[in-house]
Design a protein around this ligand. Structure first.
Ligand code: HEM
Length: 409
């Protein structure tokens, strides 16, 4: 437990500083906070004052108390940047920014799309797309893995999930990026609004079209037609579509982008998987732990509360740093290293914890596992031809460029 004195030493630290996410030094800051001030108050930041929670066990404790630590959009939402008015103006309420009991009922409307049997149904098509894409990649020349692999595979995965018009599928990514981009929120608000408006219009048209046609076995149709789910209206459909494309987009993309980075840094771990394919599910979890595609989620304190000797006031912003919990030395040995057969890789908090734990986790794991297994099948080898470029975003922990060169062993 940190003392008041320890807290003073680290008082000036603002772990959300974007440059830290670009140069990777965020891990050093988080290590310092875990050691010296695991519950830390930053009094002044571009996002206002906020608390940082950096230990695995403390994040779990807070996520298990949604009645005190709220996700509600009206209280500020789910990231360090207060919920954007642009989304509210479109009346797009999403259940990730709701508390129980409202959250419970709304989540139930999409969760049937992510059952193990649904994953089996989707897996053949995802495997086929992944396989085709890997075969088309250039060999022995440099290319950006993010552009050539992570973005198209994520786009295809979302289009398959929704049975979305195939030629239009890239738009899902453009809209999702517009919703989450901190740069667009701050610097291009009008362009961003125009894209969100385009998305709303397209989803409305889709709603009209699909409600008049027969039910098909995909999520989109399920949301529109299923009596069991209490038939959602157009507005709810819109919110769910936006949430699902955002939830599944840069998260899965950034996990895939971490694969060549991890294995070029730790080639022995790649060799382990090539020698033993039963490690694939564990290796997929380790990719998701090691990258931590969502650096944090935010909660807002609903009523004054005491937490491990710290006084939280109503309205305080609490940042749950998954990026730190996933490297917490109290849980993960040699936590900075990628270890394909790490025995507790699945304890990562990349998907969060508790009532909001990621509803798409199985789909993300499936996609990463399929990608790894198709890479193993091709006995792929890879090198990085230069430095990777990371996104300057303290929420979406992203990679923009992975200059890769692949070959076959
Ligand atoms: C929620 C991460 C993939 C849809 C979340 C949360 C996190 C997360 C951190 C919030 C958890 C919390 O507050 O406790 C990830 C990561 C992914 C991924 C790291 C990939 C590696 C997906 C996919 C989809 C999806 C593929 C769907 C297509 C959602 C939805 C929620 C959610 C709908 C809201 C759940 C709720 O509030 O009950 N995800 N996600 N995610 N995710 Fe994911």
């Amino acid at each position: 437990m940190a003392t008041q004195l320890d807290q003073k030493v680290t008082d000036a630290i603002d772990p959300s500083v974007r440059e830290r996410f670009v140069d990777g030094s965020v891990h050093d800051v988080m290590r310092q906070l875990r050691k010296e001030a695991p519950i830390h108050h930053c009094a002044d930041s571009p996002y206002g004052p906020y608390w940082s929670i950096t230990k695995h066990r403390d994040i779990i404790e807070i996520e298990a108390l949604p009645a005190i630590f709220s996700s509600e959009g009206a209280r500020g939402g789910i990231s360090i940047l207060d919920q954007s008015a642009a989304i509210d103006q479109m009346s797009m309420e999403t259940f990730i920014a709701m508390d129980p009991p409202r959250h419970t009922a709304k989540r139930r409307t999409v969760s049937p799309a992510f059952t193990p049997s649904e994953m089996t149904r989707l897996s053949d098509e995802i495997r086929q797309r992944t396989s085709d894409l890997l075969d088309e990649l250039p060999r022995n020349e440099e290319f950006n893995w993010v552009e050539r692999v992570s973005v198209p595979l994520t786009t295809d995965m979302l289009a398959i999930l929704f049975n979305y018009p195939w030629e239009e599928r890239h738009k899902l990514i453009t809209w999702s990026d517009a919703i989450t981009s901190f740069d667009m929120i701050e610097n291009l608000p009008e362009e961003r609004m125009a894209l969100i408006f385009e998305m709303v219009t397209a989803f409305h048209q889709l709603w009209d079209l699909r409600s008049k046609s027969e039910q098909t076995p995909d999520l989109l149709s399920m949301m529109i037609h299923s009596d069991a789910l209490g038939k959602m209206d157009a507005q709810e459909f819109l919110g769910n579509m936006a949430l699902l494309i955002v939830g599944g987009n840069d998260t899965t993309r950034n996990s895939m982008s971490a694969i060549p980075v991890a294995f070029s840094q730790y080639p022995d771990e790649w060799a382990k998987i090539q020698n033993d394919e039963s490690l694939l599910p564990n290796a997929a979890s380790e990719v998701i732990r090691w990258q931590t595609p969502v650096a944090h989620m935010r909660r807002t304190v609903v009523a004054d509360a005491e937490f491990h000797g710290h006084k939280f006031r109503e309205g305080d912003k609490i940042i749950l740093w998954y990026i730190s919990a996933n490297r917490d030395e109290a849980v993960f040995d040699n936590a900075d290293k990628f270890i394909a057969d790490r025995e507790n890789a699945r304890r990562h908090l990349s998907f969060g914890y508790g009532v909001h734990r990621c509803v798409g986790a199985r789909l993300a794991e499936l996609q990463i596992q399929i990608l790894l297994s198709e890479m193993v099948k091709r006995k792929m080898s890879f090198e990085l031809e230069g430095d990777i470029v990371r996104a300057n975003n303290p929420f979406v922990h992203g990679i923009l460029n992975v200059p890769a060169r692949i070959g076959s062993n």
